[in-house]
Design a protein around this ligand. Structure first.
Ligand SMILES: Cc1cc2nc3c(=O)[nH]c(=O)nc-3n(C[C@H](O)[C@H](O)[C@H](O)COP(=O)(O)OP(=O)(O)OC[C@H]3O[C@@H](n4cnc5c(N)ncnc54)[C@H](O)[C@@H]3O)c2cc1C
Length: 459
């Protein structure tokens, strides 16, 4: 709970901040800009600004603090749902979507990623040097919000959470100072920001380690939902023995009959397994053979350039509205499989667009010695239940459907969550686990008045 003084004086903000790229409620253009990528997240801040430089970020932070306002740093708004559950009437959203850039240091195998830069821009810049990075399924998610909230990649079981690939962070703190945090400088802040993210300051650059991967064996296997039971049980057994070079996802998806979708998706209830196998082709084919033996209707697994991995999961190409619920599962017993299929299996009408199980384990479950606040995730599978909300009336039934599925799987759930999959204002002790107290302490050192407001608050 913040003790920040919140006298609501948005008019006190200088209109020339960010060269005039500032919008207040009632301004023409405020409504188009207040929403982020996640359109179901109704953000109504006291102001929204779009800085283009570090100096502009510093000026905004100083002006907001002087006006008694709080600050919510943001890059794309993919993770905006739990921010929208908070009171933003005295908050300035600092959206860094127009402050971007990436520099690759091939000799050091690192990338310096500015402000709100998207993963796709980073992996395309890294590709000519034979590198990629621990990005997630969608290329239009920003590095900052993903990597500083953990971040589960299709390279994750081999290389761990994306937060562990962060080498240094530059951020503007509540005092309006630009600090660099790394293992050697401001080490406490460096520990905290790798998990605490937007609770500590506005991140203006992140330095990440790159992976020496130029191409990858990746794709999807697709069946009609009538095969859900066989495919889920086979995938569950296969996942238990799969090598760490493999990270996959199992989904039951109901596509609406939209004309812009290809015929093999439009209006269909499907089961899809997708992901990446980081081995040579011979080993990848041997590893995937038990799943291919289930005779998928479509099999796109093949060697592809690393930047093409973000197309495999078929995430929505444009901003979209959705509501979801999430659990981390310790295991997927026969009873758990039955509970899942009862709600999303053949012949059911769950009201969900998608029920996803993301394969965890391997390096995702191991905490490196030099890890930050969020450095590993226990459990074998991450469950995400998601309903699309093309109209506001779809929010309540969508949430109900998502919560119903997660409640049914509760007996196998751990008291843990992935920050990046959690779209509700959750219990801090579940979200941050044993790191919570030290996170609160580190945040008090740089932000004693609780100026910063993240999607997942730490105090
Ligand atoms: C289509 C889709 C696919 C996804 N796929 C995956 C996946 O494969 N794996 C996975 O782990 N997650 C995935 N996610 C979740 C995603 O990683 C999170 O929503 C993530 O937080 C988004 O980061 P962002 O910066 O783009 O979003 P934002 O909403 O802009 O940021 C989320 C939070 O991060 C912090 N933040 C962002 N930028 C800054 C900054 N510059 N300075 C300080 N704090 C900042 C803030 O606290 C902010 O509230 C997916 C989400 C979607 C919608």
């Amino acid at each position: 709970m913040s003790d920040h003084l919140t006298s609501v004086r948005p008019a006190a903000l200088d209109r020339s901040l960010c060269d005039g790229r500032i919008w207040l409620p009632g301004d023409p253009g405020y409504d188009e800009r207040r929403l982020g990528w996640q359109l179901a997240a109704e953000l109504r801040p006291a102001a929204i600004v779009f800085p283009h430089t570090v100096d502009e970020v510093i000026a905004v932070v100083r002006a907001a603090v002087a006006a008694g306002l709080r600050i919510a740093p943001q890059s794309t708004g993919h993770g905006a749902a739990s921010l929208a559950e908070q009171d933003l009437s005295s908050t300035v959203i600092v959206r860094l979507s127009e402050f971007t850039g990436v520099t690759i240091d091939a000799a050091a195998a690192t990338a310096r990623v500015v402000g709100g830069t998207l993963w796709q821009d980073v992996i395309e810049a890294a590709a000519p040097f034979g590198f990629t990075a621990l990005h997630g399924s969608a290329g239009d998610v920003a590095v900052a919000g993903f990597a500083l909230s953990g971040g589960v990649s299709f390279y994750g079981r081999e290389h761990g959470l994306a937060a562990n690939s962060v080498r240094a962070v530059e951020l503007v703190t509540a005092s309006g100072e630009l600090l660099r945090a790394s293992a050697d400088e401001n080490a406490g802040l460096f520990w905290a920001v790798r998990g605490g993210g937007g609770n500590l300051g506005v991140v203006t650059a992140v330095e990440i380690e790159l992976l020496p991967i130029a191409d990858i064996y990746a794709g999807m296997l697709l069946w009609d939902r009538s095969h859900a039971s066989d495919v889920l049980r086979a995938w569950r057994d296969w996942a238990a023995d799969a090598p760490e070079q493999v990270t996959t996802s199992f989904r039951v998806i109901s596509f609406p009959p939209l004309p812009q979708l290809p015929p093999f998706l439009a209006g269909r209830d499907l089961v899809i397994i997708d992901g990446a196998v980081h081995t040579d082709n011979t080993d990848a084919e041997r590893i995937l053979a038990p799943l291919r033996a289930l005779e998928p209707e479509l099999d796109t697994f093949a060697r592809i350039p690393a930047p093409a991995l973000t197309a495999v999961h078929m995430d929505p190409p444009e901003p979209a509205g959705a509501v979801s619920d999430h659990r981390v599962l310790s295991t997927l017993s026969d009873d758990a499989v039955a509970a899942l299929l009862d709600l999303v299996g053949p012949g059911t009408r769950s009201g969900l667009f998608m029920a996803e199980l993301r394969q965890l384990g391997g390096a995702l479950g191991r905490r490196p010695a030099d890890g930050g606040a969020v450095a590993s995730i226990e459990g074998e599978f991450a469950l995400l239940a998601l309903a699309m909300t093309p109209v506001p009336e779809a929010v309540a039934p969508g949430l109900l459907a998502a919560r119903r599925l997660c409640a049914a799987l509760e007996p196998w759930a751990l008291p843990a969550q992935l920050l990046t999959f959690s779209e509700t204002l959750g219990d801090g002790s579940v979200l941050f686990g044993s790191a919570r107290e030290r996170l609160a302490y580190e945040s008090l050192q740089v932000d004693p008045r609780g100026v910063f407001q993240a999607n997942h608050p730490i105090r």
